[in-house]
Design a binder for this molecule. Sequence first.
Ligand code: SAM
Length: 415
Amino acid sequence: MADSERLVIDHVGHHGDGVAIAGGGNIYVPYTLGGETIEVGAVPGHHPDRRRLLNVEAASVERIAPFCPHFGVCGGCAIQHWDAEPYRAWKRELVVTTLAQAGIDCDVAPLVDAHGAGRRRITLHGRMGTHDVLKVGYAAAGSHDIIPIDRCPILDPHLNGAIEAAWAIAEPLISMGKPLDIQITATNSGLDVDVRGSGPVSSAMIARLSRIAEQHRLARLTRHGELVLMRTPPVMSIGAAQVALPPGSFLQATVAGEETLAALASEHCKRAKHVADLFCGVGPFALRLAAKSRIAAFDSDAGAVAALQKAATSTSGLKPVKAEARDLFRRPLMPQELRDYDAVVFDPPRQGAQAQATQLAASKIPTVVAVSCNATTFARDAKILIDGGYKIDGVTPVDQFRHTPHVELVARFSR
Ligand SMILES: C[S@@+](CC[C@H](N)C(=O)[O-])C[C@H]1O[C@@H](n2cnc3c(N)ncnc32)[C@H](O)[C@@H]1O
C-alpha cells in the first residue's frame, strides 16, 4: 500500500468505525462518517482491512467537533464527532439490524437517552511506561497502550477527584512491577476504590495506601476486595432501600441507565404478584419491584446477593424479597421451579443466558422481561423464547454508554 490513499466512507459500522467499500471488501476507518472523502494510512501490524485517518478531505455535514482533548487516541469513546440525531438513529438501527439478521420481527421503540449526569464508575489502568514514567489512564483505541488521562468529560461529577486518586494510588504500587486496574465508583458516601494487580504487599505499603485514602477522602479503599481503609461505608440508594455496596460488584454505568432499565422492567411487570429477578446484582430491579411484588432474586455473586438481602430486610414497606446465590449458567431455574412466578426479569452479562432462556422457553410464565447489554446474544436468547412459543411484544433500546457502540435494551415476551 502507498503511504496514503483516498477512500470514500459508505456508512458507520457496528463498532462505530466508518466503513469504505474498496477492493471487493470492507475497509474500517475509525472517526469517520458516511459520505466523507478521507485520506488514510496503514495501521501498524497485520490489519489488512483497517486504516488510520490522516485527513478529512470532504467532511460530512453531520460532523461536529469532539469535546474531549483525548478523543481519537483514547479507546474510551468511539464517537464524539457525530451530530446527536444521526448518532441516535444509528444506535437504534444497531438493534433493528441485529434482530432482523436473527429473523426477529418486532417493534423497536425510539432510543432512550440514559447518559444522565454521566458515568458513575470507571476503571483506570496503571502501567509503567518507557523511562520508568508512570501512566494512569484508559487503553488506547485498538491497542493495550495506556493513554494517560488527567480528565474525562463524560464522568458523573460525583466522580470528581477519582482520576487524581487513581494516580496517587498507582504511584507507590507500580514499583511492584505489575499492571494495575483501579475501579472507582461514585457512591452516596463518596468514592469507593478497588485496586487489582500488584500482588502481595507489605504492611508499610498498606499504611501508605491508607494515608492516600485519607488524603483523597475516599469512602473505602480495597485491594482485590480486601479492605485497606474504610472511612465511611459506601452506600447506594436503590428505590426506597440503602444498599451497602460490596467491593467490585456490578453496577449499571449511569444512574439514569439504572433508573431507565428498572422503570421499563417495573412497567412490564406491573401486574405480577410474584417476580423472579435473575442475574439480580445488588438489586436495582428487585428492590424497586418489591414495592408492589414479592421477589425471588438470583445471582452468582454471593456478596451482591447478601447486600441485596440485607437492604431488602432493613427497608420498611417492601413486599418479601428472598435473594439466593446461584450460578444460572450451570443451574438455571427449571420449569417446575419457575411455576411459582407470574413474571421473570433476566439481565445476564454480555454472553447472554442461553441455558436459562432454554428453561424459560419450556415454562408457562406469562411475562418474561429480558434486559441486555449485547444485542447479538439477546437475539440468540430471544429466538429460543420465540421458538418455545413466546411472542415478543417490543424492544426498547437504551443509551447509557453514549459515545460508544454499546447499547442496552429491554424486551417483553408474553404467552
Ligand atoms: C449485567 S449484570 C446485571 C446485574 C443487575 N441486574 C443490575 O442491573 O445491576 C449481570 C449480573 O450477572 C451476574 N452473573 C454473571 N454470571 C452469572 C452466572 N453464571 N449465574 C448467575 N449470575 C451471574 C453478575 O454477577 C452480574 O450481577
